[in-house]
Design a protein around this ligand. Structure first.
Ligand code: NAD
Ligand code: UGA
Length: 431
């Protein structure tokens, strides 16, 4: 099939590469000229395991190419995916201006029947919004359909999530268009749900908000455990044996960051309000999440009081492991609060250093590894649960430090082992 993907970011580039790998002819479009120029030279705009190899393979086999020319891409394609950003507005509502701009450009170029598939995360009703824009702006008397096909990939495992998705949701306005999408995804041999456009749009928000709710729930329980002398890892293990609960996505820590859970939960709150459904549950999810970092920094301050003049090493800057994405990363919040209190910060991340530098400038000292970060530090703080940090030589780390205090925001070490090794070890929801 001839496919184009408009928006060549985390979702668009991975989607384009995977569809090409399945044998389709794919054009990835972006209005960021520099991004497209670099992609044409084989330079990836993001770090994502397995992406570069897949892109290279499909470019050299002539199944994948990159352009800034939407009109040409639309004309050449039967199926047009929209994968542009849908950031939050100040009040939490979803900003649909990128979607609107793309819909207008599609309308200008559409010259025969096309299937337009919305892969961006958009509030319920956006399918209609896109259809109306194209209908009123199209310059030729041609037919088209608008489908909702939400994306569930996670950064850091985007390629395997796209090759082996747990489900593929297709919200289609009629049977024929559903069949066309089914055919496109058929080679993956994964479970597919064919539904209406509105339900597909809701499935995405309900899924993300539910996962965010699990995280805030476990963090609330972890805070009680900490005060009551219980151990959150034991509690989650005990809960997880109940097959109705399970133990996935109940990792207590510094809360959820990234470009999706915070914005999508806020957006669903606004949708609740729009339909006069009180969003108290989701407001609590956000409130618990927003209090995580101030609470954690208070614990650091209590132990190291006064913070002014202290040196702290930060391990991990990306919002989660296996990505270089710094959007809504917890490290940024922690660093801002500690800096305000007069702390000197040394930081290290295995992959996100370049992105961090463009955001943090000379506010912190950049280190080449965890040991250099720990050198001369009054404490080390684990912010991102990279495997590299789980496998550190902790004796060596300890020798580098001024005093052996570790604040672990992701519970990556065993408290017993750390105590035995002579660390003062402060983690989340554990003694
Ligand atoms: P991104 O910011 O990485 O990429 C978006 C791209 O769209 C950018 O390269 C931008 O230049 C381009 N763009 C914007 N306007 C354009 C236009 N008019 N024409 C052409 N290109 C344009 O965003 P992302 O993280 O890939 O997210 C895209 C959507 O997918 C969002 O709705 C997001 O919520 C959703 N989503 C993201 C993830 C994820 O893990 N990042 C997972 C599932 C769903
Ligand atoms: C999330 C969803 O998992 C994807 O299914 C979805 O497609 C995507 O959002 C999206 O819509 O963009 P992602 O943001 O890449 O994916 O990362 P997650 O692995 O879900 O982690 C999100 C945040 O939650 C991270 O800050 C992580 O540290 C935190 N988290 C996750 C916890 O604190 N505890 C957990 O148990 C799991």
């Amino acid at each position: 099939m001839n496919v184009c993907v408009i928006g060549t970011g985390y979702v668009g580039l991975v989607t384009g590469a995977v569809f090409a790998d399945l044998g389709n002819d794919v054009i990835c479009v972006d209005n960021d000229k520099e991004k497209i120029t670099r992609l044409k030279k084989g330079v990836m705009p993001i770090y994502e395991p397995g992406l570069e190899e897949m892109v290279q393979r499909n470019v050299s086999d002539n199944r994948l190419r990159f352009t800034t020319d939407i009109a040409e891409a639309v004309k050449k394609s039967e199926v047009i995916f929209i994968a542009v950003g849908t950031p939050p507005k100040e009040n939490g509502e979803t900003d649909l201006s990128y979607i609107e701009a793309v819909a207008k450009e599609i309308a200008r170029s559409i010259d025969r029947y096309k299937i337009i598939v919305n892969k961006s995360t958009v509030p319920v009703g956006t399918g209609d919004f896109v259809r109306n824009i194209i209908q009123t702006n199209k310059q030729r008397d041609v037919d088209f359909d608008v489908v909702s096909n939400p994306e569930f990939l996670r950064e850091g495992s985007a390629i395997s999530d796209s090759l082996y998705p747990e489900r593929i949701v297709i919200g289609a306005p009629n049977q024929n268009v559903a069949m066309a999408l089914l055919e496109l995804y058929a080679p993956l041999e994964r479970p597919m749900l064919i539904t209406d456009v509105e339900s597909a749009e809701m499935i995405k928000y309900a899924s993300n908000a539910f996962l965010a709710m699990k995280i805030s729930f476990v963090n609330f329980i972890a805070d009680i455990c900490e005060k009551a002398g219980a151990d959150i890892t034991q509690v989650v293990k005990g809960m997880g044996y109940d097959s109705r609960i399970g133990s996935a996505f109940l990792q207590a820590g510094l809360g959820f960051g990234g470009s999706c859970f915070p914005k999508d939960t806020l957006s669903l709150i606004q949708t609740g309000r729009k339909f006069h459904e009180p969003p108290a549950l989701l407001e609590a999810v956000i409130a618990i999440n927003e209090a995580r970092i101030s609470g954690f920094v208070r614990r650091i301050e209590k132990r190291l009081n006064p913070l002014s003049g202290k040196v702290i090493g930060i391990l991990g800057l990306a919002f989660k492991p296996n990505t270089d994405d710094m959007r809504d990363a917890k490290s940024l919040e922690i660093i801002a609060l500690l800096r305000n209190k007069g702390v000197t910060l040394k930081v290290y991340d295995p992959i996100a250093m370049d992105n961090a530098k463009s955001l943090l400038g000379d506010a912190v000292a950049y280190c080449r590894n965890a040991y250099e970060t720990a050198h001369g530090a009054d404490a080390v703080v684990v912010v991102t649960d990279w495997n590299e940090f789980k496998l550190l030589n902790l004796d060596k780390l300890k020798q580098e430090m001024k005093q052996p205090i570790i604040f672990d925001g992701r519970n990556i070490y065993s408290p017993e082992r750390m105590k035995k090794m002579g660390f003062e070890y402060i983690s989340i929801g554990r003694r």
